[in-house]
Write a protein that binds this ligand. Structure first.
Ligand code: ZN
Length: 69
């Protein structure tokens, strides 16, 4: 049988990296995008991650404050 893929959700951390453009490896990016096409719960979380990333970006652009997580 061909490779059996476990249905593994994309982690919040990976979603953030994805929107920060830090996921460049096709072997990681491909399955992630495929998962997002098929999984509405991850898409919801991806939207949250995107908002979060936008906030961080805006904060960095505005003031260069030290960010604490
Ligand atoms: Zn998912």
């Amino acid at each position: 049988m061909p490779c059996e893929m476990a249905w593994q959700h994309v982690s919040d951390e990976d979603l953030e990296r994805y929107y920060l453009g830090m996921v460049t490896d096709e072997s990681e990016l491909g399955p992630m995008e495929e998962h997002l096409l098929a999984c509405s719960s991850c898409v919801k979380r991806a939207e949250n991650a995107q908002d979060y990333v936008d906030l961080i970006r805006a904060a960095i652009i505005e003031g260069g404050h030290d960010l604490e997580f």
